[in-house]
Design a protein around this ligand. Structure first.
Ligand code: TXA
Ligand code: MG
Length: 304
């Protein structure tokens, strides 16, 4: 067994010990793998930013085990937040709410709001019950790159900087959580995900259109990007000429939900195979298709 294999397993107590000692743990969730540190440990939180190469101003999501604990990290828990949490947690939803005084500045980048989520993955749940303060967990990739959806992706990207990776198998959803800003009267979807606008509108009367000013820092255009270039085409474009040139064509049209589960692993494989280009036939802008389009547009955007 190599040293790397030794740092991957299913030992919850070991993960708790590492976190309590200020270490970093790869956290399986139903969306993507996170890089977890205790939310109340300033030094460990700072290490998360350093390891990812992430600017300090890009706030992190605090993961907790229950709705009850989510309430405790907010200074002003609204009826909207309560209704959304009660309906979709545990699950792929993040709520932005006014922060409680005990949330440290390192987590929120100095904002007066905090993002919170209760993940559904059984291994995340098993870990989080032991950490009352909650865990910050940005996606466990280098800043701007493709999120990890397998435990080995975490070790591949972060190497020795991660102390242990909980092996929760491949992620069930494959795309990051839907973020809903509940900090003002009319909620706004800041990042599309598996929980759709239609889902959210079952719970709240109104949502602010996405064309308003972006309320999430760090949602820049290039993101989720592999090394190879991503070329997106709409579903009415004939992709055959690309295939004939030997370019790999991924087709998200027919079943975007199944497609997105493997999307990041496929983009990573393109890099491993040394491909220069990958073409993706985009799904329609509805259901989870919106999240798939959002991530692929960002993967295709001009690189900084
Ligand atoms: O599915 C997910 O959400 C994954 C898993 C690991 O839970 N996590 C994840 O974290 O995607 P990250 O750090 O890669 O993305 C968090 C996003 C960032 O774009 C950040 O700007 C936004 O959440 N965010 C965090 N706190 C915020 C706040 N107070 N106000 C607005 N946006 C916030
Ligand atoms: Mg990320």
């Amino acid at each position: 067994m190599t040293l790397r294999d030794e740092r991957m397993g299913r030992d919850i107590s070991r993960a708790v010990r590492i976190l309590n000692d200020g270490g970093l743990v790869g956290l399986p969730t139903e969306t993507v793998y996170g890089l977890a540190a205790r939310a109340d440990d300033r030094t460990a939180v700072a290490k998360v930013f350093d390891v990812k190469g992430r600017p300090r101003g890009h706030p992190l999501i605090v993961h907790v085990s229950s709705l009850e604990r989510a309430r405790a990290i907010s200074g002003d828990w609204s009826d909207r937040a309560e209704a959304l949490g009660a309906r979709f947690w545990p699950g792929p939803l993040t709520l932005v709410v006014p922060r409680a005084p005990r949330i440290v500045d390192e987590v929120t980048g100095g904002l007066d709001t905090v993002a919170v989520r209760v993940p559904a993955h059984p291994m995340a749940q098993a870990l989080l019950v032991h950490v009352e303060a909650g865990l910050v967990a940005p996606s466990a990739n280098l800043f701007g790159k493709v999120s990890p959806t397998r435990p080995e992706h975490v070790l591949h990207d972060l190497g020795d900087a991660v102390d242990y990776v909980l092996d929760g198998g491949p992620c069930e959803i494959g795309v990051e959580s839907t973020i809903v800003d509940c900090s003002s009267r009319i909620p706004q979807i800041l990042r599309p995900g598996a929980i759709t606008e239609t889902d959210v509108l079952e719970v709240v009367d109104e949502i602010e259109s996405a064309s308003g000013p972006a309320r999430a820092p760090g949602m820049m255009s290039s993101h989720y990007a592999p090394r190879c270039s991503v070329v997106n085409v709409e579903s009415d474009v004939d992709a055959e000429p690309f295939r004939q040139r030997g370019v790999l064509v991924l087709d998200a049209r027919r079943d975007p939900k199944t497609f997105v589960r493997d999307l990041y692993a496929l983009l990573r494989r393109c890099d491993d195979e040394g491909r220069e280009e990958v073409v993706v036939v985009l799904p329609d802008d509805r259901g989870i298709g919106r999240a798939v389009r959002d991530r692929l547009m960002k993967a295709a955007a001009p690189r900084p």
